[in-house]
Design a protein around this ligand. Structure first.
Ligand SMILES: NC(=O)c1ccc[n+]([C@@H]2O[C@H](COP(=O)([O-])OP(=O)(O)OC[C@H]3O[C@@H](n4cnc5c(N)ncnc54)[C@H](O)[C@@H]3O)[C@@H](O)[C@H]2O)c1
Length: 240
């Protein structure tokens, strides 16, 4: 199951490095690190490049944790090379998302604003509670490190999307508060509130390993899918 050779786009980022470290512990086969030219210096025993297309023979699948624009470039290269991709990057606008959906007609593409099994399992409970407690007011709080570029987080938007879908309500009616604190990997709090009680679903990521695990696992899974648009839920449904 761990046979697919992996290229990481955004290799020298926080997530790129977390994924690479975990891949060594668990014997996943990362064969190419892609990042901006000025970052390509290291003594790692691994091929580095600023261009995925330079070494198509080296990888079977791409993991992307970069930025929306570089990710779209990587997707375009995957289309040209006919390779699958699993994407953890967040902050896409609706036009950019549309490009991803369009690309998935040619290649297998998985998009997950949160790659942790914990958050994705919690989303199922959130969906259920949103329906059962349809009269409760719901709100979301997220806290991340100060270098995070997008706000609200992709995960908070995903939680809001799940609530809106379950309640058949408007996404923009759901209140999201964002906080930025030094060193915080990621906290998401979903609050269901009535005049008489309150339910809080709380997820706190202690480190980036949980996201790295999801990225590596979905990279192997997406390698075995036919072209199409997939989410972490599709992966979870398939393996459980
Ligand atoms: N889905 C998840 O579970 C999850 C978890 C954590 C972070 N994220 C998201 O992943 C993304 C990356 O997060 P991070 O904390 O690692 O960010 P980061 O800033 O530490 O890393 C981004 C990397 O992308 C590289 N990059 C920029 N332009 C590039 C280009 N043209 N080609 C190749 N690489 C390029 C940067 O040089 C950097 O090394 C963000 O969008 C973040 O929100 C998602």
């Amino acid at each position: 199951m761990k046979n697919s050779k992996i290229a990481i786009n955004g290799f020298f980022g926080r997530m790129g490095q977390a994924i690479y470290e975990l891949s060594l512990e668990q014997k996943f086969n990362v064969t190419l690190g892609v990042d901006k030219k000025d970052k390509l210096q290291s003594d790692l025993n691994l091929k580095l490049s600023d261009n995925l297309s330079e070494h198509p023979e080296l990888f079977d699948v791409v993991i992307d944790f970069s930025l929306p624009e570089p990710c779209l470039n990587a997707v375009q290269e995957c289309q040209m090379l006919n390779k699958p991709i699993t994407i953890g990057t967040t902050g896409f606008n609706s036009e950019q998302k549309e490009i991803l959906v369009e690309a998935s007609k040619d290649i297998a593409l998985l998009l997950a604003p949160n790659m942790s099994i914990g958050v994705n399992a919690t989303l199922r409970s959130i969906s259920e509670l949103s329906k059962l407690l349809s009269k409760y007011e719901v709100s979301i709080e997220e806290t991340h490190h100060k270098n995070k570029l997008d706000s609200p987080s992709g995960t908070a938007l995903k939680i809001a999307e799940v609530i809106a879908k379950s309640r058949q309500s408007n996404l923009s009616d759901i209140k999201i508060e964002s906080f930025r604190e030094e060193g915080e990997v990621g906290i998401h709090k979903t609050v269901f509130k009535s005049p008489d009680d309150e339910i809080i679903l709380y997820h706190n990521a202690y480190n980036r390993k949980i996201f790295a695990q999801g990225a590596l696992d979905t990279s192997q899974w997406i390698s075995n899918q036919s072209s199409g648009f997939y989410t972490y839920e599709n992966y979870l449904e398939d393996i459980s």
